[in-house]
Structure formats: C-alpha cells, structure tokens
Design a protein around this ligand. Structure first.
Ligand code: CLF
Ligand code: SF4
Length: 290
C-alpha cells in the first residue's frame, strides 16, 4: 500500500469514534438500519430485536430502505456535521442483505469524504470482500466469539450457508474458517479490522486470550470484549461482572489493542457515542423530519 493510502487510513482511525478512544468525544457515527436478515442463530439472540453482536439488548430499530437511509443521512449530517462515520450494523447481518451494498453505494456517491463502516458475523466475509471493497468500506468489525469450533458450537445453534442449514460443530467449523480467512483477506486488502468478542462466562471466558493471540497473528487493529446479554437460549447464564471483563481485557491487551468505551449502540444510533440521538424525543425527530 502506498504512503498516501496509509496516511488516509491513519486519519480515518483518528476520526473514528470506536477505533480511537480520543475521537469518541469529538466525532460521531450514524448507523443505517437497512439489514434485517441474518444467516446464523446465536444462542443469545432474540430475533425481534437488533443483532446483539454489536448492539444494545432488547431494542428494535426501524428498518429503512437504502433511499430512506440516504435521506436520513442527509438530514442528520445537516444537524451533526461532526459525524464522520456511516455504519451498517444490523438489525441482522449486513452481508446477508443486498440493501447494505446499495446503501453504501448511495452514501459513497453523495458523501465521498465519510468513512464507511460495517459490522458482520463474518460467515460471508470472504466471498463478499470484493463487494465490500468496491463500495468503499474501510473499517470493518467481525464478531468472533471463539476460534475453536467446539466452543463456537456452544454459542451458535445453526448457520444457513448457501441455502443449507448446518447445526452444531458442522456449522461452527464453517463459520470459524470463514471468519478467520475473511479477516486475513480483509486486513491484506487494507481494511482496518476490529473484532467484537462477547464474553460468555463458562463458555468462552477461558478462551479469549487464545482469540487475542490469533487476532495479533492476523493483523487485527483492535478488539472489543463485550459483556454477554443474557437472553434467548442463554437467558440463564449470568453475564460477566465488570471486574471479569476488565480482567479479560487486561489478559488480551499484550496481543491486541483493547477497546473499552463501547456503548453497545442500536442499529439506528447516531450522534456521539455518549449521546445516542436515536433516543431523542418524538418532537425533535419530527422537527428534523425523521
Ligand atoms: Fe458502528 Fe460498530 Fe462501526 Fe462503530 S459502533 S459499526 S465500529 S461505527 Fe462502536 Fe457502537 Fe460499540 Fe459498535 S460503540 S457498538 S463498537
Ligand atoms: Fe442475532 Fe446478530 Fe447472531 Fe444474527 S449475528 S443471530 S442477528 S446476534
């Protein structure tokens, strides 16, 4: 990659509220909820709500069409010019929805200076990488909760891959392989990759350091260890305490930079990370025609 390209990436990181701790108070992001379908079933997911691999529990974001998403971006940017990042993070998996790419195309054409960001479960990452690059995504999050298929099989009930359902270890082998190959290819292509890991006591808490070592090997930029949201099939598992999460982050830090300021945003969040404007009053929404 050329020095100009590297310089551009460094600027993008410095202006990305999730990738740079200092940027969170200065620069904002807008999430466009254009991706309702998902191709896997995580055991902690209740599908009438947003994807919890990058989201707050128990909230339902209104799905927009690509055109509506463009219109919303126009409106929001008028009010919040400090927004530098446009992300697609659900409510399902962005790569399982063709609207994700249509939306990024529309945004890139009208706002070429914005950073395009996406969060995925990674099942289709390798096969969609050309599309991801074509539409100009430069920061990408992949949720990796295990790199050992035996452990992954306890976290995901099944995957739907090329029209076929794969359960248990059979599915988790495919997903882990696709995630790791996809992350490597994305890093090699110059995308700045972040990995989200949901910390699940008794399931992957002893395994996170092994994940961190692998991320180091793959050239992942930053890791975000998030607490389990205990709903769905995992409703009876106690989420980790703040101390347990901190200990996991500390143990992983020697291998990969740790994100500690995640707000578990909604799939339709916008504004600064600390002030999610999607939660604003109806009156205000009407005022800016949301
Ligand atoms: Fe959105 Fe995620 Fe991009 Fe950020 S959120 S797609 S990387 S622009 Fe950020 Fe929100 Fe945490 Fe996500 S605080 S949930 S890590
Ligand atoms: Fe739910 Fe997200 Fe997992 Fe899909 S990837 S099942 S939307 S938590």
């Amino acid at each position: 990659n050329s020095p100009e390209f590297e310089e551009g990436l460094l600027r993008k990181i410095a202006e990305h509220p999730c990738y740079d701790r200092k940027a969170q108070h200065k620069y904002g992001r807008i999430h466009l909820a254009v991706a309702p379908s998902c191709n896997i079933q995580c055991n902690f997911c209740v599908r009438e709500f947003d994807c919890v691999n990058e989201s707050r529990p128990g909230v339902t974001s209104k799905v927009l069409t690509p055109q509506e998403a463009l219109e919303k971006t126009r409106q929001v940017l008028k009010d919040y010019p400090f927004i530098k990042v446009v992300g697609i993070a659900g409510p399902g998996d962005p790569l399982a929805n063709k609207e994700t790419f249509e939306t990024f195309e529309l945004i890139k054409n009208e706002f070429p200076e914005l950073t395009l960001c996406m969060s995925t479960n990674g099942l289709l990452l390798l096969e969609k990488l050309d599309d991801i690059l074509r539409v100009g995504v430069s920061t990408l999050t992949v949720t990796i909760n295990a790199i050992d298929p035996e452990i992954q099989a306890k976290i995901v009930d099944h995957i739907v891959y090329h029209g076929k359902v794969y359960r248990g270890i059979e599915g988790s082998r495919i997903q882990v392989k696709n995630q790791l190959e996809g992350v490597k290819a994305a890093v090699d292509a110059g995308i700045v990759v972040k990995v989200n890991t949901v910390l699940i006591p008794g399931i992957n808490d002893k395994h996170v350091v092994e994940i961190a070592r692998k991320l180091n090997e793959l050239g992942v930029y930053i890791m975000n260890i998030m607490p389990l949201i205990n709903q769905g099939a995992f409703a009876s598992i106690e989420p980790p305490t703040a101390e347990e999460r901190k200990a996991a982050q500390q143990a992983c830090e020697p291998y990969v930079l740790q994100m500690r300021h995640c707000r578990q945003c909604r799939a339709d969040a916008y504004g600064l990370l600390s002030q999610d404007m999607s939660q604003m009053s109806e009156e205000r929404r009407k005022l800016i025609k949301m």
